[in-house]
Design a protein around this ligand. Structure first.
Ligand code: C2E
Ligand code: CA
Ligand code: CA
Ligand code: CA
Length: 277
């Protein structure tokens, strides 16, 4: 009986092994992919609901692996965070994003760029200095850069986070709280942070047009954000009804599949040159 249990166990562990093997191999390959520029940045537009003009874009990373194909950021970002690879990765993302911003500027599209930042980046004492240096190399105005942080990232180590956030904010970079409403931070804490924007999580926005509870949550968040003099972005806008509802409610910015999907830089230029409000 014991041996059959062992056999079963070994079959079972063999079955889960490929997943661990994949994670281990991904990690090594991620370092490689950063060095070889084998990752790609996609850009998703944001529009100002008052004017309906394009106001900015969010930078979203993509990894198309030669063997595994498309690997979602939700899979490799946590892996990078656990191992410290997030440091070179975020620097790579910032540098590429600033190059893109430079080409946007030179074609007359002086829009904002929002970059996602991890908890671990908020513990890096060189972060501000490195980011400012890369921005200067690409002649990027820092007040056109927004860094998105989740509530969880800020709460991970609030003292360190606050220090780096103050540094970034003093340098002119704007800060946004991503996935707002899904974390557990207190409102009084929000007041202490040098935050310029909140981004209402897509789980409240996606079905807002059909779901009254979601609408109440969005509206309340909007009023609170405005009372604290923050810009409010709604992400996950998937239909026209939601877009116009948000506009009526006085939401500042919108982002979502209904406006445009995230796209590579070349497609972004095509899209923005054909965009009519
Ligand atoms: P996030 O920051 O909340 O990014 C928004 C996610 O929503 C993106 O998924 C985007 O493609 C998706 N999205 C946009 N519009 C819609 C919509 O209308 N409906 C729905 N259902 N989804 C929409 P993506 O690109 O797969 O990224 C997932 C998460 O991975 C991001 O969530 C972010 O936490 C992380 N991530 C992505 N790129 C980066 C990066 O460059 N650095 C870091 N640190 N994290 C990143
Ligand atoms: Ca984000
Ligand atoms: Ca989000
Ligand atoms: Ca997220």
């Amino acid at each position: 009986a014991a041996s059959s249990t062992n056999e079963k166990f070994s079959i079972y562990s063999h079955e889960i092994d490929p997943y661990n093997a994949r994670r281990i191999s991904l990690l090594g390959e991620l370092r490689n992919a950063i060095e070889k520029d084998a990752l790609q940045l996609y850009f998703q537009p944001q529009i100002c609901l008052d004017t309906m003009q394009v106001s900015g874009a969010e930078v979203l990373i993509r990894w198309i692996h030669p063997e595994y194909g498309f690997i979602p950021p939700d899979e490799f970002i946590p892996l990078a965070e656990r191992t410290g690879v997030i440091h070179p990765l975020t620097y790579w993302i910032c540098r590429k994003a600033f190059e893109f911003k430079h080409s946007l500027d030179s074609q007359g599209y002086n829009i904002n760029l929002s970059i996602n930042i991890s908890a671990r980046n908020l513990q890096d004492p060189h972060f501000k200095e490195q980011v400012c240096k890369m921005a200067a190399e690409n002649k990027v105005q820092l007040n056109k850069i927004i860094m998105e942080l989740t509530e969880t990232a800020v709460m991970y180590d609030p003292e360190d986070a606050l220090r780096i956030m103050n540094d970034l904010s003093e340098a002119g970079i704007r800060l946004s709280i991503d996935d707002f409403g899904t974390g557990y931070s207190s409102l009084s804490y929000l007041k202490r942070l040098p935050v310029d924007e909140i981004k209402i999580d897509r789980s409240f926005v996606m079905e807002m047009a059909k779901n009254n509870d979601d609408q109440v949550i969005v509206n309340t968040t909007l009023m609170m954000g405005h009372n604290l003099s923050l810009e409010v972005v709604a992400e996950g806008v998937e239909d026209e009804a939601t877009l116009y509802k948000l506009k009526d409610m006085g939401c500042d910015l919108a982002q979502g599949y209904h406006i445009a999907r995230p796209m590579p830089s070349h497609d972004f230029f095509t899209w923005i040159s054909g965009y009519r409000a």
